[in-house]
Design a protein around this ligand. Sequence first.
Ligand code: PMP
Length: 405
Amino acid sequence: VDTWNNVPLAPEDSIFKLTATYKVDTFPQKVNLGVGAYRDDNSKPWVLPVIKAASQALFNDPNLDHEYLPITGLPEFTSGAARLILGGDSPAIAENRVCSVQTISGTGANHLGALFLSRFYDFNGPKQVYLSDPTWANHFAIFRNVGIDPLTYKYYDPKTIGLACDEFLAALASAPDRSVFLLHACAHNPTGVDPTREQWNQIADAMLQKGHYAFFDCAYQGFASGDLDGDAWAVREFVKRGVPMLVCQSFAKNAGLYSERIGALHVVGSSTEVAKRVRSQLAVLTRSEISNPPAHGARLVALILNNPELFEQWKEDIRTMASRIIEMRKELYRLLTEEFKTPGTWIHIVNQIGMFSFTGLNAEQSQALIDKAHIYLTTNGRISMAGLNTGNIRYFAENLDKVVR
Ligand code: PMP
């Protein structure tokens, strides 16, 4: 007998498949708006100057070796990462009640956070998590993998191409007490629609009232607005207000360290004693899965976070990426509304934030862009703004105009 005869063929990951199709396309004007990775104005991956400088410093360090890191990661990295997201003046850090663990980028942080909840969270009934509809598709798989059932809450209103705030608040109010809600800290993927500060406060009110747990996913700090502190506002406000929470953090996008797989999980506890116990269990879980995390990305980020000069350079690099994307939003809006006079309203293109824009194109229109214009995007109408540049934006706008007419 063939042992694996009963294994069903799984579908390919749709984003990775889209990129593969793009790569073999020989059309000269082809455009890839699928993948969520930054590109410069020449469509090339960008190694941040600060990463080059930090790599050089590591290379020149005569004391560097390849010994194992501690199970919970490089301490200079995890402490710096906590300050970055929670703020240097965070009361939770000052009170020594944050437990921070190095993870395999943001995906690993989501996984470890989910696994920890699955083991130790006092679910008020079945193990469930509320995800925004829509959300990063991997969230579903990550929670299912650890036996937590994903449910969704209404987040996006296709009519306004904006936040469905009332429905979101209603979902918070009607969920059982102590439910777990996954929240995108900033630059919501895939919609690019974030709550305003006032709306975040309403969300915090509702969470406190019901004793809900906030599972923050922060994959784009700095990338959204160009300002690391501004993009961490919601997380810090929730800490200040005492909403029980954890944060998943990724350095893939904001440091351009995609393949280095560097991230962290921060669990904000109620006391030093609680944080210590949480840390001990996260170490046990990490040990059984990866023994200990990889060093290279952690060393790079630790250098940047702990060296004022490199940190300033990093902030400049982040502004370079964020402002190029914001420029592309403005230019796309200008082309559609002023030049092509494309039917429909397009103000959401400039109102949305971060790597992605939900254009409002339907599946048919999205597919037409792929088939007729060699412009690759996911069929939910999401485009990666980073794929647009001064050389291809007119071609994109012209073809978008054609498919909506
Ligand atoms: N969460 C969200 C919402 C994301 O968009 C991403 C990246 N696509 C991640 C987490 C994790 O990415 P990574 O594992 O590369 O850090």
